[in-house]
Design a protein around this ligand. Structure first.
Ligand SMILES: [Ca+2]
Ligand SMILES: [Ca+2]
Length: 86
C-alpha cells in the first residue's frame, strides 16, 4: 500500500473552507429559471410589486431579478412576472 500523501488532502480542505456566495450577473436579458412564484404570497407588503427584499425569499428569483425587472425600476410588477406566476 502506498502511503497517503497528506498534501493533497490539505489542499482540498483549504479550497472548501470558505464557500463563496456567487451571485453572478450573467445573461441579464435571459430568463433561465423554470419555476413559478406565488405573487400574492411574495408581495408581503401588498403594494402590488415585488421588491428586492421580498424577492430575497426566493434565491432563484433573486438571481434572475435583473432579468425579470425589464423596466429596471428595481421592482417586479405582476406584468414583469407574467409567465412566472401560477
Ligand atoms: Ca411588495
Ligand atoms: Ca420593474
Amino acid at each position: 500500500m502506498l502511503p497517503a500523501p497528506p498534501v493533497s488532502e490539505t489542499l482540498i480542505v483549504a479550497e472548501v473552507v470558505e464557500p463563496e456566495v456567487t451571485i453572478v450577473s450573467q445573461h441579464p436579458d435571459s430568463i433561465v429559471g423554470e419555476y413559478h412564484v406565488d405573487f400574492a404570497a411574495m408581495d408581503t407588503n401588498d403594494d402590488g410589486v415585488i421588491d428586492a427584499a421580498e424577492a430575497s425569499s426566493n434565491p432563484t428569483l433573486t438571481a434572475e431579478f435583473k432579468a425579470v425587472d425589464t423596466d429596471r425600476d428595481g421592482k417586479l410588477s405582476k406584468a414583469e412576472l407574467k409567465g412566472w406566476t401560477r
